[in-house]
Design a binder for this molecule. Sequence first.
Ligand code: ZN
Length: 295
Amino acid sequence: MTEKGYYCEYPEAQPFAICLTHDIDTVYRPIRSKTLEILSALKNRDLARAGRIVPQLRSKKYPEWNFNEIAALEESYGARSSFYFLALEEGDRTYAYAIEDLEQEMGALLDRGWEIGLHGGCEACRDLEQLRREKRHLEKVLNRTVDGYRNHFLKFRVPGTWELLEQAGFRYDTTLGYPDCIGFRNGMCHPFRPFNMNTSQEMNILEIPLAIMDQTLLSYMRLNTEQAWTQTERLLDAVERHNGVLTILWHNTFMTGTSLQFYRKILKYGHEKGAWMTSCKEIEAWWQKSGMQPP
Ligand SMILES: [Zn+2]
């Protein structure tokens, strides 16, 4: 029994869970980075590599699709994760890519057992029609139901967005977190069913609160890597003590250099501790199945 009154058991008696998530805000690299890549290949007299990149300049799009590499990295530590894709139309605010272009990539992730959820646009957190439109759009491309949600820029209204998500047919949300610091926004490290103050009733949707975002940790909080790890370890310890769930957001654009190394360190730590490292979908299904509720 934990101090918060939950009795949590995980499928293989793991001591705690790490819920791994990725928001896909952009999938194309700016042309400048391609040009720099060619220059660096030429400098290293690697004509073959330069030759491979040149034809890509003719197209207007320079894909940065590293989803399968991310999945392979996670798999090597016995982990799975959730990817949240924008399903906006051209002309929508923060439109960045056509979701149709990613049909194959998303299919490959689903086949591996990874989850695809909706990354709702700026308006979706307060506009039911927009939310439904984006959900339908993603479902049409995937040809399957989408259960999970996180809003772009972590925009959220309490309890309004939960109400809209329930009405649109989502099973869980994982938006609730602090953009500017890490930690447990609702003061606890377990998923929960929100209490709707408007209706004085517990809601059906499950909230899987977000505790650590890459940008928060490595940019907004102005920590060096060592300090960032100390903070992360503090939260991992707390979750282990309370056999809770730590939800982590690592963008696809943070999968290079030191931020990639940092992500790998989290995976390694979780693997060594025997944590259940999985997608939000599996956490939600487990919560539902085992009926974990406060006493
Ligand atoms: Zn986003």
